[in-house]
Design a protein around this ligand. Structure first.
Ligand code: IMP
Length: 431
């Protein structure tokens, strides 16, 4: 019966895919509730690596039901590509994949507008994934989006498309100096794609609520991270959805009292991809070696991720904003052999001390981290599955992080494989 939400506690890429994969074993249903195919969840099963962007990674588990909730923005092209990729690997989504009729559609003009907007911003660019996420959510808020359910009615869809393109083409041509879209072409290509997934479109709100009422375990799979949240993140260097826990309610249609546990995921260090302030960033050789050891390249865009020391201010803020009940620390093994380690415990800016992130981007950019040093460990922690087998320094590093972010550690992940983790408590068993 427990319903568990997974939240990225940093700027995304915390290794949520692996943990979702582990927790999916204990769930009956897995729900994506925000974002779109800007996410990239990597799951390693034996010799195979799966990267899923839109479909919940729970789909890799036989018999589990997977939902793309109303808060997600759905690219028909990305969805069909992912369905085909799964089919090629003999993973059947029939009867297991459900797509909300209320989810908004990412149309080709959203991608063009995202790219043109970024190009125009030049050095000020956000560094988006270029997937059309922002423009799609803009249309949702402006009440002019095309929703997945509209694709079931070609006449209504055509009308909405005509209205949208009249405006979008004007902006693309006159403001950005880009090519306009041909209405018939967009209509036909979108309808052809929709044909492939029309059987999966349904009222997911009722489906999820029924699952909960029947006592099923539901796992809500957050994408991106808390500090990319459109309200609570490092605005404007954020994504356009609610990545914090409220997004799980609005993006799937459940009330907060249905949530039993909120599990944050953090790396044992920090990474960020795209622009925006990053107080503990390492721009030296050590940053490069963490990137190589951690394979820190974007799962969606392949971009090198910026790497830095663990920032306890960032993670503590996520713990508070999301009411985290447990924390998962991932990629501990990447820190093997680094000595000493540093942990950021606060910032100074203009003589002032901060133990939360200032909301202003200029102020945050000027913030200097306050570090404490921690002894590293020489031994390899890769693949360790028992707490007692970790080197003493690694155990005390984790204990110190736990003290600083004020949430008990539930899991320490020590490698990419499904079974490479140490479990200290199970959110599905504590009820
Ligand atoms: P968008 O979501 O493509 O609009 O990108 C906005 C910001 O969020 C950019 O800095 C992206 O790099 C970042 N972002 C979006 N999705 C992810 C993700 O899954 N992991 C990490 N960063 C992301």
């Amino acid at each position: 019966m427990p319903n568990v939400v997974i939240i990225g506690a940093q700027w995304g890429d915390e290794g949520k895919g692996k943990i979702v994969d582990v927790y999916t074993e204990r769930a009956d249903m897995v729900v994506r509730y925000q974002g779109g195919h800007n996410a990239g969840h990597t799951v390693v099963v034996g010799d195979e690596t799966f990267i899923l962007h839109l479909i919940p990674s729970g789909i890799l588990h036989h018999g589990k039901r997977c939902v793309i909730g109303n808060g997600v923005v759905v690219s028909p092209e990305a969805l069909v590509k992912e369905m085909e990729g799964l089919a090629e690997r003999q993973i059947d989504v029939e009867g297991r994949l459900f797509i909300s009729e209320r989810a908004c559609v990412i149309m080709p003009y959203h991608v063009a507008l995202d790219l043109a907007g970024e190009e125009r911003k030049g050095a000020e660019a956000i560094g988006t994934t270029g997937r059309g996420i922002g423009p799609a959510y803009e249309d949702k808020a402006a009440r002019s989006a095309i929703r997945v359910g509209d694709l079931l009615d070609p006449g209504a869809f055509r009308d909405r498309l005509e209205a949208a393109l009249e405006y979008k083409n004007f902006i693309l041509e006159r403001f950005f100096g880009k090519e306009p879209f041909d209405e018939l072409e967009v209509f036909e290509s979108t309808m052809a794609l929709a044909e492939r997934f029309r059987g999966y479109i349904t009222d997911t709100v009722s489906l999820i609520q029924k699952g909960i009422a029947d006592g099923q375990n539901v796992l809500f799979e957050g994408a991106q991270g808390s500090h990319l949240d459109v309200d609570h993140g490092t605005y404007p260097f954020v994504t356009s959805s609610s990545t914090t826990v409220g997004g799980a309610c609005t993006g799937s249609g459940i009330g907060p009292r249905s949530i039993d546990a909120v599990i944050g995921i953090t790396k044992a260090y920090t990474t960020r991809v795209g622009g925006g302030p990053f107080p503990t960033e390492l721009t030296d050789k050590l940053g490069d070696s963490i990137r190589e050891a951690g394979g820190e390249y974007g799962a969606t865009t392949g971009r090198p991720r910026r790497c830095g020391w663990f920032d306890a201010v960032v993670v503590r803020q996520s713990a508070r904003v999301n009411g985290l009940t447990g924390m998962v620390i991932t990629k501990l093994d990447v820190l093997d052999g680094i000595n000493p380690l540093r942990i950021c415990t606060g910032y100074t800016c203009g003589g002032e001390h901060y133990d939360v992130l200032p909301s202003g981007i200029d102020e945050l950019t000027r913030c200097k981290p306050i570090y404490e040093e921690h002894p590293g460990w020489k031994e390899s922690t890769a693949g360790t599955t028992r707490w007692e087998d970790l080197p003493g320094e690694a155990r005390s590093y984790i204990k110190r992080l736990e003290e600083l972010f004020e949430v008990p550690v539930a899991v320490v992940s020590t490698g990419q494989e499904r079974n490479e983790y140490i479990e200290l408590s199970d959110p599905f068993k504590s009820f």
